[in-house]
Design a protein around this ligand. Sequence first.
Ligand code: UD1
Ligand code: CA
Length: 451
Amino acid sequence: MNARSSLTVVLAAGEGTRMRSSLPKVLHPVAGQPLLAHVLHAAPHDNGSRLAVVIGPDHQEVASEVRRIRPDAETFIQRERLGTAHAVLAARAAIQRGADDLLVAFGDTPLISAETFDRMRAPLQNGAALTVLGFRAADPTGYGRLLMQGDRLVAIREQADASAEERKVTLCNAGVMAFEGRNALKILDRIGNANSKGEYYLVDAVTIVRDLGLEAVVIETSEDEVRGINTKTQLAEAEGVMQARLRKQAMAAGVTLIAPDTVYLAADTKFGKDVTIEPFVVIGPGVSIADGAVIHSFSHIVQATIGRNTSVGPYARLRPGTSLGDGAKIGNFVETKAATLEAGVKVNHLSYIGDTEIGANSNIGAGTITCNYDGFTKSKTIIGKGAFVGTNSSLVAPVKIGDGAYIGSGSVITKDVPDDAMAVERSQQSIREGGASRYREAKTRVKKPKA
Ligand code: UD1
Ligand code: CA
């Protein structure tokens, strides 16, 4: 925790026209989260830190996303898009309330890390009025250039206003700035718009700091951390950088990725110990995978909780609301949605399990379909523990299959099936004895109807 208080102002009022999309730019996802979410997560979080987000006038979706991610944040609307300094001042009311450090970040720069914000605050503590985040650009075109005299930062020149000589400079402005709080508003209010675009440029803060006889310093970071996103190509580049980071983190935490470059993770994916992920797996937001689970190739998983020592796939699709108990097994070509499968449940082949609860150790045969939708409404299927559903059965919801019940192959079940208490006892016995498979036992006690 930093001893100094802070206010972070995140600028997100841009239209993002170059994305050619009806979605506001900062809501485009990287690693399963909106660009803006990454920035809001990286911004200081401790008790002494406040957050303000500046959004465009027609961007209610952005405001509700901010509320979802950081309910403590205030949003401010910038009615006219008159430049980055003008955007910061849209949050004037928050700035006036005062903070030791005023941080400014861009909503379209999602790879920025919490450590970088910390590093930028350090010089303010030692008397600097402004810290600018710089990076060495492979191609500096379009970026503001940091003009240095020795190791002193004297100005930032935007591309449009730069001389041919200045355009050769590769040390660029990342956009993130940190102001010492006491002078911040005085500096921002002095920024004018006398430049080729007639915009109020935040970068002019540097010369104003100099004119006031104060110190502006540069902190450098890697280009990868400050990639700004203006186009779909840059969005894909940022995704690549973020995925590389997430894979590295997962492996450092003990996850086995056999072919890391083929596995897609979400920024919020949670792993236990000794998890193995085979090649070509896609994990969307809201997924946790517990100790010892194996995710086989070509599985697609979103908003799902996966228990210990489970096996998923190959070719499994776990959709939102799936929860797998310890030791459960989902085989190939199985789709689940809003389904709770308790410990030891097996759905090994070719099934759709939706709006369903399945009790412990039940076995769902190949081709079983829960018919959860009758064309108008969705209904639930409840299956007890230790039940056996024969292959190619249709369970027409709403329907309840009792504990230990046995459903023959090819059944269409439209009425509730009662518990079979003795079957449950027998199956527990066989599990205790560690022997006879549930399937063999079931076969001996059910007489197949004669054809
Ligand atoms: C800006 C910097 C440039 C830097 C580059 C790094 C300025 C003047 N230029 O240029 O030095 O190298 O970022 O990526 O600061 N925004 C608003 N309201 C506005 C204008 C912008 O909210 O009126 C927001 C945008 O949504 C965006 C951010 O501010 O999130 C940056 O604006 P953008 O127009 O992308 O600036 P650049 O030209 O990239
Ligand atoms: Ca930009």
